[in-house]
Design a protein around this ligand. Sequence first.
Ligand SMILES: [Zn+2]
Length: 319
Amino acid sequence: MVQEVLIVTRVLGVVLDFQQTVASSVVISGIGLHTGVKVSVRLCPAPANTGIIFKRIDLEGFRIEASSRHIARVSYATSLMKKGVLISTTEHLLSALAGLRLDNVMVEIDNLELPILDGSARPFVEALAKAGVRRQRARRMHVKVLKTVEIAEGGKRIAVHPSETLRMTYRINFPHPLIGQQELEFTPGVDDYAREIAPARTFGFIEEVEMLRRSGLIRGGSLENAVVLTREGVLNPAGLRFPNEFCRHKMLDLIGDLALLGRPLIGQVIAERAGHALHAQLVSQLLRQKDAWTLVSEAESPSKALEPRAAELAASGVS
Ligand SMILES: [Zn+2]
């Protein structure tokens, strides 16, 4: 009997996929990578079907939804803008939220740029672990890809193909002794986001550092929040967190940018030498092409494989 109950619970657990929010509020503070300004972020529970919303508490609580509708600048970070109000460098927090499968969170922020912290999504994951996760009553809906959508631009490429689950591949190729060609596959729900992806830090080449500084960017940048590559190696005394930390960070950014779809994706994403601009173009292009996707709850799609088992259970009289 106990075994039968366990089987039924497991089947139901997969078939019924519910939205999630944080169980309690948590605060995280730091400085913005590009602005260098001190900023404090409070991650708060939000009702079902609200999605991720940024709330500028320094601007009378002005709200900007984490949606492709508001994508503004995508050169060195993904920024959102609504009615002239900016939220900058959203991708690492959005990556942590998507990686931990949080659907509805109110992000209260007292400045325009998210804190860079250690350059990865790990501090956000740790804060979210402290806050805890609460399951909500509403079913989670997904954007399921029906037709391939592809963006290619000067040797860079990103595509999403139909698939029964979300699977992601990232390939990068930099002529550097520590990078060269790297390829990483990540399957959410199978691979561990918190361990495999979240700790990978942002990186840049030392030649770029001066150029970016002159453009008024990376005012808050340091070896504490980025891997800096020299011609031969890295400037950071402690070295890398993973041999392929660069490719892992690109995957981290991709997961964060895809969160701007507003719902989790079901499809196979392949990115080659892409970046924020291409990630954002894919999101916008996919949503615009209405015949390329449909909205499904998980029960209608990846769990199809479970149906024969459910039928078996019914036949054996368990249900
Ligand atoms: Zn990044």
